[in-house]
Ligand binder design. Structure first.
Ligand SMILES: CSC[C@@H](O)[C@@H](O)C(=O)COP(=O)(O)O
Length: 355
């Protein structure tokens, strides 16, 4: 059995409350867009692909039971609610891209006289429901391409060692995961010797969530604190670093969990290839570089406390950006569902998708 962050059955949506993991496994019900916005903003669900899927499914749940007087009214409501969902967390781009695509679809359907109100609703809901299956298929493809790429770095049937950061697994996606999907595929191929996962302060997605997934799947792994990355790269013969992305700019600069940038700098120094694993839904071609990415700043409490327990001295000032931007020059390749590309190849690849 693999972990499921998102359960969507018979028009009911439930998410695994990731604030409670690993101590408690509790699903909470998402009854509409207001709930969707809250669970994303509070990080009860997190990870760029999962944010988009839960946001869109929360809209599906709400729309299903609503009666509209006209296609125009439905279109307007869809647009307003999607824009609201985009505001729940600013850095991960997947929700914004999904919203733009769904607003385009709503516009097309509302203009098409051959489509009835009921048909418009059905087509719209189906498109959202298809996102779950597409994300899993994309992650499996990312896993295959990523495993092949990393295995090409070792000779014969040698095993590989991988370092990862934050949580990019079943809990951050519809299932399987991006960077953690690559690790899962290497493990299935019996070519993974070991994985090192960082604790990922301040919110501990590595210690709480990635470690939980690795133990659950019986993948050989060791947890390290974030300040041990240089030592691990120096002493533990790591074959590659693979992490996820919240937003990849057109030039390949990549925003990901805070701490990613320093890992990329360390990887360069130790000549360990540094990869981003992300679906094309994390690529934002509307911005030329990472300088244009808005970085979410989160409450001090995430740094000063672990759960209910205060660990920082009272009165100290905090700065808590949730993400940083790794320059494209530090990235060996971006592992996508369509193959592995160097950052400078992204634009051309994107052009081909949109042809
Ligand atoms: C497949 S998840 C990719 C990224 O969203 C992940 O690496 C990450 O940074 C998650 O941040 P989070 O703040 O936990 O939502």
């Amino acid at each position: 059995m693999s972990l499921r962050a998102i359960k969507y059955e018979n028009n009911t949506l439930e998410i695994l409350d990731q604030l409670l993991l690993p101590a408690q496994t509790k699903y909470i019900s998402v009854r509409g867009v207001e709930d969707g916005w809250k669970v994303i903003n509070k990080m009860q669900v997190r990870g760029a692909p999962a944010i988009a899927i839960v946001g869109c499914l929360s809209l599906a749940v709400e729309l299903k039971n609503e009666k509209f007087e006209s296609k125009k009214q439905m279109r307007q409501e869809i647009e307003g609610k999607l824009n609201y969902l985009v505001s729940s967390r600013p850095t991960a781009v997947n929700m914004k891209i999904a919203a733009e695509e769904l607003i385009d679809l709503a516009n097309q359907l509302s203009k098409d006289d051959s489509v009835s109100l009921d048909e418009m609703k059905a087509k719209f809901l189906q498109t959202i429901e298809d996102m779950l299956a597409k994300d899993i298929a994309d992650n499996k493809a990312i896993g295959d391409y990523g495993a092949k790429e990393i295995l090409a770095r070792v000779s014969g049937d040698h095993l590989v060692r991988v370092l990862t950061h934050c949580n990019t697994g079943s809990l951050a996606t519809a299932n399987y995961g991006t960077a953690l999907g690559v690790i899962r595929t290497l493990h299935k191929m019996k070519r993974l010797e070991h994985i090192y996962c960082t604790e990922t302060r301040p919110y501990n997605q590595g210690a709480r969530l990635t470690a939980y997934e690795l133990v659950h799947d019986k993948i050989p792994a060791t947890l390290i604190v974030d300040s041990m990355v240089a030592a691990v790269l120096k002493h533990r013969n790591v074959t590659a670093v693979v992490v996820g992305a919240d937003r990849v700019a057109a030039n390949g600069d990549t925003a990901n969990k805070i701490g990613t940038y320093q890992i990329a700098v360390l990887a360069k120094y130790h000549e360990v290839p540094f990869y981003i694993a992300a679906p094309f839904t994390s690529v934002d071609m509307s911005i030329p570089s990472g300088d244009h990415i808005v970085i979410e700043e989160r409450p001090d409490r995430e740094m000063t406390h672990v759960g209910e327990h205060r660990i920082a001295a009272k009165g100290i000032a905090c700065w808590n950006p949730a993400f940083d931007v790794t320059p494209a020059s530090l990235i060996a390749g971006i592992i996508t569902e369509r193959g592995v590309f160097r950052p400078e190849q992204l634009k051309e690849q994107f052009g081909q998708i949109n042809k």
